[in-house]
Design a protein around this ligand. Structure first.
Ligand code: UTP
Length: 294
């Protein structure tokens, strides 16, 4: 029997240098897309995908994340007193959302290192990793798409997306061959190699790894086995390459649109599109955009 994935790890201890100065005193995962922090979108995606426990890896400035998912008695009291029941419901829903545990990464030593910090809380079972700064809009939650592939093969699965050649140096890129699955062969791949941030001419493909993973627990030993990479960080991509020596890894070219909300332009694009789709804001915001002399 293939063990069920119950837990998801949310690394949120990066320095967020691309978003300074906004990230000087708060994690980028708390940047609001319209009116909700990035990490809440990701936690909701995990919950909708069937995840039961969330483990957030926090760094310095961790308190805003913990406070966000905690009960806020004072605020609830005030909202109740002022009869603002809609807002009260919104606030209460966040703390009722899901069971959250926290672990600290004292120094930002890389994504692989952040995932390793969650080892004790995850235990010897498969788990998901969700990077909240990759905002994914899709009909079926992206993590659910990956879990479906995991539940079929019983092996680690990473989310893949085709990127333009010029963007290749910003991603982990895979060498992979398509695998027939559910009658099609253009979404599931068997991964043969992974390279972190290659030059376009050295890249084995244009298939980039995006911030959603389902990993089997052997990944922890692989993270431990590898050393820091080129820029002194322990990279998850390097650990996956190590894991590949003993275990198969699959890739899934997910259905949906991904925004790189850890980057200023990607964040602005996501903000505009999410605002346009909102029932309460969409119409006046569209009107405003149309009035601009662009
Ligand atoms: P990024 O590669 O986006 O790095 O991390 P970053 O440091 O946060 O941001 P920039 O590039 O300096 O702007 C991808 C994910 O991994 C987490 C981040 O919080 C983000 O969710 N991360 C990264 C950690 O938790 N710890 C680390 O040491 C590095």
């Amino acid at each position: 029997m293939i063990p069920k994935v119950r837990k998801a790890v949310f690394p949120a201890a990066g320095l967020g240098t691309r978003f300074l100065p906004a990230t000087k005193a708060q994690p980028k995962e708390m940047l609001p897309l319209v009116d909700k922090p990035l990490i809440q979108y990701a936690v909701e995606e995990a919950k909708q995908s069937g995840i039961q426990n969330i483990i957030i890896v926090t760094g310095r400035n961790k308190s805003s994340i913990e406070d966000h998912f905690d009960v806020s008695y004072e605020l609830e009291h005030e909202l109740r007193k002022k009869d603002k029941t809609d807002l009260l419901r919104i606030v209460q829903e966040i703390s009722d959302l899901i069971d959250v545990a926290y672990v600290r990464q004292k120094e930002a030593l890389g994504l692989g290192h952040a995932v390793l910090r969650a080892r004790e809380l995850v235990g010897p079972e498969p788990f998901a990793v969700v990077l909240s700064d990759d905002v994914i809009d899709s009909e079926v939650p992206c993590l659910r798409q990956l879990l479906d592939v995991y539940e079929y093969f019983g092996a680690s699965v990473v989310a893949l997306m085709e990127v333009p050649e010029a963007s290749i140096p910003a991603y982990g890129i895979v060498a992979a061959e398509p695998v027939e699955h559910n009658g099609t062969n253009d979404r599931v791949y068997r991964i043969r190699n992974l390279v972190e941030k290659p030059k376009p001419e050295q890249a084995p493909s244009r298939l980039a790894i995006i911030g959603r993973y389902v990993l089997t627990p052997e990944i922890f030993a692989s993270i431990e086995a590898i050393g820091p990479g080129a820029i002194g960080e322990i990279q998850l991509t390097d650990a996956l390459r190590h894991l590949l020596r003993s275990r198969p890894i699959y890739g899934y070219r997910f259905e949906g649109r991904r925004y790189d909300a850890g980057d200023k332009l990607g964040f602005l694009q996501a903000t505009v599109e999410y605002a346009l789709r909102r029932e309460d804001l969409g119409a006046p915001f569209r009107q405003y955009l149309k009035s601009l002399d662009l």
